[in-house]
Design a protein around this ligand. Structure first.
Ligand SMILES: NC(=O)c1ccc[n+]([C@@H]2O[C@H](COP(=O)([O-])OP(=O)(O)OC[C@H]3O[C@@H](n4cnc5c(N)ncnc54)[C@H](OP(=O)(O)O)[C@@H]3O)[C@@H](O)[C@H]2O)c1
Length: 278
């Protein structure tokens, strides 16, 4: 199967490393026509859209750069989708689970049928793309959360949380990158349409992740634990962050399973320790 990946960033490149048969383009897409040209050139069976604007150094950048954020996360996604529709190519679009803030009223995890409640510019721009793309045929939307990887990267959730002196601890959904890559491949091969919550089942909190980090990577690691409301009060973030627990009703329909969150995170941190030494 020929997969074309648009978006040569962290996660697009991670997928390309694993899929030796995939093409990772470095073309900067401005128009739907650019995508049509990429399709004509590479003749892919499916496209992964891993392009987007996540904000650097962090997502707060999006708050003051609304135009670029909407262009990169909403408008670009629609252009790519339109080109794929025109050429009859399946598209798997990367979404985020951070569009859900807090618990659902009935206390159950957020599933693919739920409407989200995003507040920040980044999460609104991502959700806007989901709302449009989910009305189109032959498109899958894969929502991930807090990607946690077995190798070091500034966007890896492990590297992120160990770099902070002060941390909150809240139960959350998480996506282990090794599992994400495997699920994406299955969705692409099955050309599965609809929304998919690509998060490891169950939840994990920051204290549990740090405990694994201390066990396998650095027993001397230390940090201070603070309350969620202190993040805003202390000026450590500009905009409230999303914390939530998600579940997938749609992955099982395609026979796709993921490892439980705690098991997958422990395994990833063990591998992270090994990769760090080698
Ligand atoms: N990392 C996370 O924590 C996370 C969590 C949930 C969902 N996601 C989603 O996963 C996707 C990939 O994220 P990532 O972490 O890999 O981000 P990333 O490292 O910033 O990669 C995104 C890539 O897209 C590129 N891009 C932006 N506009 C483009 C365009 N018009 N044409 C071609 N490429 C373009 C960026 O190029 P430039 O660097 O030149 O701008 C960058 O290389 C995004 O949709 C993101 O919303 C990420």
């Amino acid at each position: 199967m020929k997969i074309l990946i648009i978006g040569k960033g962290y996660l697009g490149a991670r997928c390309a490393e694993t899929w030796s048969d995939a093409i990772l383009t470095d073309k900067f897409v401005k128009t739907a026509k650019d995508v049509e040209e990429l399709i004509d050139e590479h003749q892919p069976d499916a496209i992964l859209n891993a392009a987007g604007i996540v904000g650097k150094p962090n997502v707060d950048w999006c708050e003051s750069n609304q135009e670029e954020t909407i262009e990169g996360n909403t408008v670009l996604a629609i252009k790519i989708a339109k080109a794929c529709q025109k050429k009859g190519v399946y598209l798997l679009h990367m979404g985020t689970g951070c569009i859900f803030y807090g618990n659902k009223e009935d206390g159950t995890p957020w599933d693919e049928n739920d409407f989200a409640n995003p507040t920040a510019v980044y999460t609104r721009s991502k959700y806007a793309a989901d709302l449009v793309l989910s009305t189109m045929e032959n498109i899958g939307i894969a929502r991930i959360r807090m990607p946690l990887d077995d190798r070091s990267h500034r966007a890896n959730f492990i590297d992120k949380i160990v770099s902070f002196e002060k941390l909150i601890s809240i139960d959350n959904s998480i996506t282990v990158v090794e599992d994400m890559i495997d699920v994406f491949r299955q969705l692409l091969e099955k050309k599965a349409p609809g929304i998919f919550h690509v998060t490891n089942p169950g939840s994990i909190n920051h204290k549990e992740i740090i405990a694994f980090y201390k066990k396998y990577v650095d027993p001397d690691h230390s940090n201070e634990w603070i309350k969620e409301e202190d993040l805003l009060k202390m000026g450590m973030v500009d905009k409230k962050r999303s914390n939530n627990i998600m579940t997938s009703l749609n992955l099982p329909k395609y026979g796709i399973k993921m490892r439980p969150a705690k098991e997958a995170v422990e395994d990833a941190i063990k591998k992270y320790a090994k990769n760090k030494k080698s």
